[in-house]
Design a protein around this ligand. Structure first.
Ligand code: MN3
Length: 193
């Protein structure tokens, strides 16, 4: 089965001024499309995997039957596909606060502000391209960390809940080298908390 580029449920300019329309358009229509196409090209070689969820393939990547080269491609492009699909979904022009999540964050980190401080440090501290995450492990524990490139939390059997893309393509047109400013402004478009 071929996966389609997920549709956004808001316009490219809906997140302005925090994320500009041109960045959104290139990021979605070009970058995410490329991850989708390259992931599909790998999956087409393994018809048996058609019944598996992408998350499962990612979690079981070393043992699920892909060649070493295809594991690498799936890690990067399957990761890119999943990471961006989550990213578009957790953002929006209007808040849609998940009270249960806010409760769990408060319980784990002390307060939403303390969580933001920790998450921001992970996002700003990631050297080079990558993502900052709020993820959940198999025991239901919330964790904050960063990953390089398009590495997905599913690789370590974690479920991502909040992900922030800190590749330069996500912010360069508006923020240039000022990643910390991008991260600070991004909280305005994260709709969940
Ligand atoms: Mn990206």
């Amino acid at each position: 089965m071929r996966y389609d580029l997920p549709k956004l449920d808001y316009a490219y300019d809906a997140l302005e001024p925090f994320i500009d329309a041109r960045t959104m358009e290139i990021h979605h229509a070009k970058h995410h499309q490329a991850y989708t196409d390259k992931m599909n090209a790998v999956l087409e070689k393994y018809p048996k995997l058609e019944v598996q969820k992408l998350e499962t393939i990612m979690a079981e990547l070393p043992t699920i039957g892909l060649s070493d080269e295809d594991q690498k491609t799936f890690r990067n492009h399957g990761g890119g596909y999943l990471n961006h699909a989550l990213f578009w979904n957790i953002m929006g022009p209007k808040k849609s606060v998940d009270e249960a999540l806010v409760g769990r964050i408060t319980q784990t980190f002390g307060s939403v502000d303390e969580f933001k401080t920790k998450f921001t440090a992970a996002a700003v501290g990631q050297f080079g391209s990558g993502w900052a995450w709020l993820a959940e492990d198999k025991a239901g524990q919330l964790l904050v960390y960063a990953t390089a490139n398009q590495d997905s939390p599913y690789l370590q059997n974690h479920t991502p809940i909040i992900g922030l893309d800190v590749w330069e393509h996500a912010y360069y047109l508006t923020y240039q080298n000022r990643r910390a400013e991008y991260v600070e402004q991004w909280w305005h478009v994260l709709k969940l908390i």
